[in-house]
Write a new protein. Sequence first.
Length: 179
Amino acid sequence: MVRACSPRAPTGIRNQALLITGYRSGARISELLALHPKDVDVDRGTLTILHGKGDRHRMIGMDPGGFAVLERWLECRRGLRLPRRAPLFCTLAGNQLYASYVRHLLVRLAKKAGVEKRVHPHGLRHTLATEMHREDKPLWVIQGQLGHVHASTTDRYLRRANQRDVIEAVRSRPWPPLE
């Protein structure tokens, strides 16, 4: 879906950065759309969420690859001379993007990329949680990154992913020879 975004058009560069930042940080769509350039610290590898769920403040990390894509959008923003007070992910006129735009964008990009599954912004969070779990990151690390107050919420994310692993493990068992 990221490759379905235009690599040259400013909106394509923005949309790539939005998708990758959501996927690699696990931020909620409302948190992504509330970010401002001052909330990004490339050197420390952090994003500052000022008003997360429950109006909680937290700092989250993102990998260098994710920041490389985001930096491309930041450079494009500077070229467009967007005001620094404009949201990080904004229209080309510097106005707020809406969650409904992002939801429709994902559907369009999925169709263009040939993805037949239902896609939604929250799925990016689930993907990050699943990948971190498969990388053997501790539950408390995943919980902190996603901003979950209770580990049971994070556990529900991971159980859904683990169910697929359970099914695959059973399906891939060798068939015993019949005598």
